[in-house]
Structure formats: C-alpha cells, structure tokens
Write a protein that binds this ligand. Structure first.
Ligand SMILES: [Fe+2]
Ligand SMILES: [Fe+2]
Length: 271
C-alpha cells in the first residue's frame, strides 16, 4: 500500500524518496539451528495477530494482500523503491538481531540498486548488528546519505535518548545549510498527535514527560534549523501519523511495513 506525499522545497530539482519501517522480519534458513528456527516461527506467529490488532485498533485497512508474510512485503517494497532515488528504513526492520535475519537482509538488499539508509529501531541492538552487513548503518549514532542537492540524516534514538555527541554532530551537519531529510525510529509528540501518542504510552514518544534534557535540546535545534529541514521520517507506532512538530517541520510516521505500508515522497521545486 503506497502512500504518496508532495513536499515542495526550494533548491532541490526533483527527488523521489521511499520510506518504510517496522517490518519485524523474523527469518530462518537452511543454516539455522533448531533454536533459531523456533524463535523465528514464534516471532512470525506472534506478529501475525499483533499486526492485525494494530490495523483494527487504529482503523487501518487489512486487505487480503496485506496478509502476506512480512518478508514478501519487504521484497515487494524493495522492488517498488527501485523506482525512486533513495530509500529510508526507519527501524524495526528486524524483529530481533540474529544471524538468519542478517543473512536474509544481506541477500535481499544486495540486489537493491539505490542508495538507502537504515536507522536503528528498539528491536535492533546497534552493537549486535555485524559491521559490513547490509544494515550496518544502524550502528552509527548519526549517519548522512548524500543525494546531491539534498541529504538524509539518520539519528539513532532507538533507546528514546540522544547523546551530547549526537547533538554536537547533528548541529555541525545542520549548520551546513544543506536541505536535509531527517530519519529516526521513535516519533516526536506534538500538539497534533499528543492524544494518540499519549494513548500509546511514553514508550512511543521521544519527548515523553520527564525525558532527558538532550531530547528537548534536539527538538529546539530542529526548530532553529527548520528552514533547511525537508521533513522528519519516523516509525515505531505501527500506525500512520503525519503531524507538524514545529511550525515548518512535518513528521511522517509510516504505518507498519509488516502489512506492506510504504511512503513515497516527491520532493523539490519541480514535482
Ligand atoms: Fe515496531
Ligand atoms: Fe519500535
């Protein structure tokens, strides 16, 4: 299910960026031992009803084709994203880090021909992701993907915190004044989405009541540089939410990739 958005932005010719999150892949293969196989089957079974619950709770469609396995959706979305300039995967691509899951994503992404970014979700432990794997970008607290007339900045906020080092690096990147699309897993609570996010609980908010001061400092920084920020792409909720987190920055949370949700953004002056 493709959700299309147009973001006019000066200084960018035309870019098409895809975005999905929360595939919760739970795979096993011929190299897996019994324990890995059992863990993968349990993960897939658990999500088979949880993903349906989310669609029901939040009034989203759950049509026949959406009931395909998560891996099938993942492969179809990669195939769709080949039509764009870039892809952002905003966390929880894996349900948990395991070698079968890493082998699966390595194989699936080895054939993907466009520049992509994967940021860490709370289901991925950055330190456990192998260096050199297709998802190794998740290990970086801050990452940048250069797309020519714009860049994508990935922020690891998967533990609902950011460090002073991350803030310092982020400021240096934003000071360049380049148009930037931001990506992180845990969404920001704002006036527009507060009621829903409060209903989901503090675990689903980056700026929850009593959160570390660094989290609030980051939001002040985003507002300071909002003229250069194209949008913020997030995940984690398992339902779609598009809200303004500052007067100019819109946050797009894509609904769960588990059932094939993918956002497609047309960005630039000539869209
Ligand atoms: Fe998730
Ligand atoms: Fe999550």
């Amino acid at each position: 299910m493709i959700h299309e958005y147009y973001i006019p932005f000066k200084g960018i010719g035309k870019k098409t960026v895809y975005h999905f999150n929360d595939s919760h892949l739970s795979e096993y293969d011929s190299l897996s031992d019994e324990k890995e196989k059992e863990e993968a089957i349990k993960g897939t079974n658990d999500w088979s009803w949880m993903r349906a619950d989310y669609t029901r709770w939040y009034g989203e469609p759950y049509e026949d084709f959406q009931q395909l396995p998560a891996r099938k959706h993942f492969e179809m979305m990669l195939s769709e994203a080949e039509n764009g300039d870039s892809l952002v995967m905003a966390g929880d691509i894996l349900d948990y880090v395991s070698m079968p899951n890493i082998r699966y994503t390595d194989a699936a992404l080895s054939g993907f021909g466009k520049p992509y970014m994967a940021v860490c979700g709370n289901h991925e432990i950055a330190d456990e992701i192998p260096a050199g794997s297709a998802l190794s970008g998740m290990k970086d607290p801050i990452q940048v993907l250069d797309l020519g007339d714009m860049q994508i900045i990935g922020i690891d906020n998967s533990t609902r915190t950011v460090t002073k080092d991350q803030l310092e690096a982020l400021r240096t990147i934003l000071e360049s004044g380049r148009p930037s699309l931001l990506a992180m897993h845990v969404p920001v609570k704002c006036e527009q989405n507060a009621e829903r996010l409060n209903g989901s609980g503090s675990g689903f908010q980056f700026n929850y009541d009593g959160c570390p001061e660094e989290n609030l400092e980051m939001l002040r920084m985003l507002e300071e540089y909002e003229d250069n920020i194209i949008a913020l792409l997030a995940g984690h909720l398992h339902y779609a939410d598009n809200s303004f987190i500052t007067p100019k920055i819109r946050q797009y949370v894509c609904s769960q990739a588990l059932v094939g949700n993918i956002n497609k953004f047309y960005i630039g002056e000539n869209i």
